[in-house]
Ligand binder design. Structure first.
Ligand code: NAP
Length: 266
């Protein structure tokens, strides 16, 4: 892409995807790149460890920057937003996707406070305060640009409602993210900035690699109505349609991407 093409493209919308260099976040990034977004990709690994992923996204024709930083850190969140302001000068869509599983699955009668803090600070506190920062900036952008379009999308999990007693901290973090979605949807309603929750089921990524055999058996036995693993691409399609404004009058809603797993059955 030459300079004039790049400067032309840089009038397009910008999305920040936390945890966007692999797994579900990367699936989202691919769809947003194809939809004409420029991307700020966040993660904890150094940039040289994710350069292949960033280059593949650039090959789809978008401008991509990497914002390394731990979303659980106040300082890192400030730096992420400053880097986007310096490079793009705007932000239309925040996708809170970064997340961790407990390092060790332990029964809630035995699990540690350290693990609780690790999971909650990453999966909930990070997303909550990044949303606060992005929302305040979107409100300012709206005063400067009459046709500004912005939205916030939280990637939660079926664990927001499905109890797994060997990873209670993860379930609580996702249930909290679900309420955070409703809170910010309520607060940002007057600005017409929708906030959505996308709730995936069992998705094939590094996070689930260690439990592949267990989930293979569950899927074969009908855990979900659709008898296959979910893919990052499935979540990417849903998030991209939200980010492009396909559900403008649905703020605060949950979009299920779980193959029907959570439909109660008798
Ligand atoms: P993954 O393959 O393990 O990728 C996690 C991503 O989050 C990585 O890019 C990682 O960065 C980033 N990340 C982790 N901690 C971070 C931190 N403190 N600050 C910034 N970035 C951080 O996981 P995934 O399966 O794609 O999961 C993505 C999201 O979907 C998570 O919120 C997860 O809870 C949710 N989810 C997953 C499933 C599933 O079955 N896989 C189901 C429902 C919901 P690096 O790449 O730099 O390490």
């Amino acid at each position: 892409m030459n300079n004039s093409e790049r400067s032309h493209r840089r009038t397009g919308p910008v999305a920040l995807i936390t945890g966007g260099s692999r797994g579900i976040g990367y699936g989202i990034a691919e769809h947003l790149a194809d939809a004409g977004f420029d991307l700020a990709i966040n993660g904890v690994r150094p940039e040289d460890a994710v350069s292949d992923a960033l280059d593949k996204l650039r090959q789809r024709g978008c401008d991509v920057i990497y914002c390394q930083g731990d979303v659980a850190s106040t300082e890192a969140r400030v730096e992420i937003m400053q880097r986007i302001k310096a490079h793009f000068g705007r932000l239309n869509v925040l996708i809170n996707n970064a997340g961790v599983a407990p390092k060790e699955r332990r029964d809630i009668l035995d699990a540690t406070e350290e693990s609780f803090q690790y999971v909650l600070s990453t999966n909930l506190q990070g997303a909550y305060f990044l949303t606060q920062a992005a929302a305040n900036w979107m409100i300012v952008q709206q005063t400067e640009q009459v046709d500004f379009w912005g939205c916030i999308i939280n990637v939660s999990s079926v664990s927001a409602t499905v109890a797994s007693v060997n990873r209670g901290e993860y379930c609580i973090a996702k249930a909290g993210l679900s309420m955070a979605t409703q809170l910010f949807a309520t607060r940002l309603g007057e600005y017409n900035i929708p906030v959505y929750e996308v709730r995936p089921g069992i998705i094939k990524t590094d996070m689930t690699a260690g439990v592949t055999a267990r989930y293979n058996a569950l899927i074969d036995n009908g855990l979900a109505l659709q008898r296959r693993w979910g893919l990052p691409d499935d979540v990417g399609k849903a998030v991209a349609s939200l980010a492009q404004g396909a559900f403008p009058y649905s703020t605060g809603q949950v979009i299920m991407v779980d193959g029907g797993m959570t439909i109660p059955r008798l």
